[in-house]
Write a protein that binds this ligand. Structure first.
Ligand code: B16
Ligand code: MG
Length: 216
């Protein structure tokens, strides 16, 4: 299929940082006097930090002024970063290094396309940074997924036509963003939820070298 650029989402695709986001949001909710459930945390996947806090405050029915809002954003991120600080290679999701190595050896370009402003730190911690030709994260975008902006910037940085790019994503909005960018979308996770993806796999152990080869 002549694909030349491969873009990976971070949380839910390369590492499971959702569990750390959850612990940090849960702590904040506790301080604000309400319970935040793991089920509610599902709503936060792929969503920007600012939007997550807005949703959290809606759940707790809490009104905040700008100063409180900024303080809570900062507090949540500091708690989250304390978990990230302890991350290592063992937290990379199964077979991600195999797929990255395979692609690297085939001389295609690799980018990260994540909503997280902590993406670079996380890739450094799990020692995957050298695989990436470009990192596009929450610091680079003004429009959230499903807007295609994050992936279009990645394609531009890789000097690859968006139509020659493939995206690995675990969030519905991310699959929609990839489709909106006219890229090949690959859903990592539940195929019933990610049913708008062109291809679906539960995780990278299901993505064989022959499938990758067929994309090149
Ligand atoms: P940060 P992804 C997303 O990562 C997470 O899924 C989402 O829960 C989080 O709020 C967002 O990053 C922002 O993260 O607070 O580190 O800037 O899936 O887009 O890689
Ligand atoms: Mg994700």
């Amino acid at each position: 299929m002549g694909k030349k650029g491969f873009v990976f989402d971070l949380d839910g695709v390369i590492v499971d940082t959702a569990k750390y986001h959850y612990l940090a949001w849960k702590k904040l909710a506790g301080e604000l006097g309400f319970v935040f459930t793991e089920e509610q945390n599902e709503l936060f996947k792929g969503v920007s930090r600012k939007r997550c806090l807005e949703i959290l405050l809606e759940i707790g029915n809490i009104k905040a002024n700008q100063e409180q809002f900024d303080k809570w954003m900062k507090e949540k991120n500091e708690d989250y970063l304390a978990y990230i600080e302890k991350m290592g290679k063992s937290e990379i999701l199964p077979d991600v290094p195999r797929v990255l190595s395979f692609l690297k050896n085939r001389n295609v370009k690799i980018a990260l396309g994540s909503a997280s402003k902590n993406a670079r730190t996380i890739l450094e911690k799990v020692e995957l940074l050298p695989y990436f030709d470009s990192i596009v994260d929450g610091n680079d975008v003004s429009k959230a997924k499903p807007d295609p902006q994050v992936f279009l910037i990645a394609a531009k940085n890789l000097h690859v036509d968006p139509m020659d790019c493939v995206v690995f994503e675990d969030a519905v909005a991310g699959i929609q963003a990839a489709n909106n960018a006219k890229m090949v979308s690959i859903g990592i996770g539940d195929s019933d939820i990610l049913n708008e993806a062109k291809y679906n796999f539960n995780d990278f152990t299901e993505i064989g070298d022959d499938f990758l080869e067929s994309l090149l």
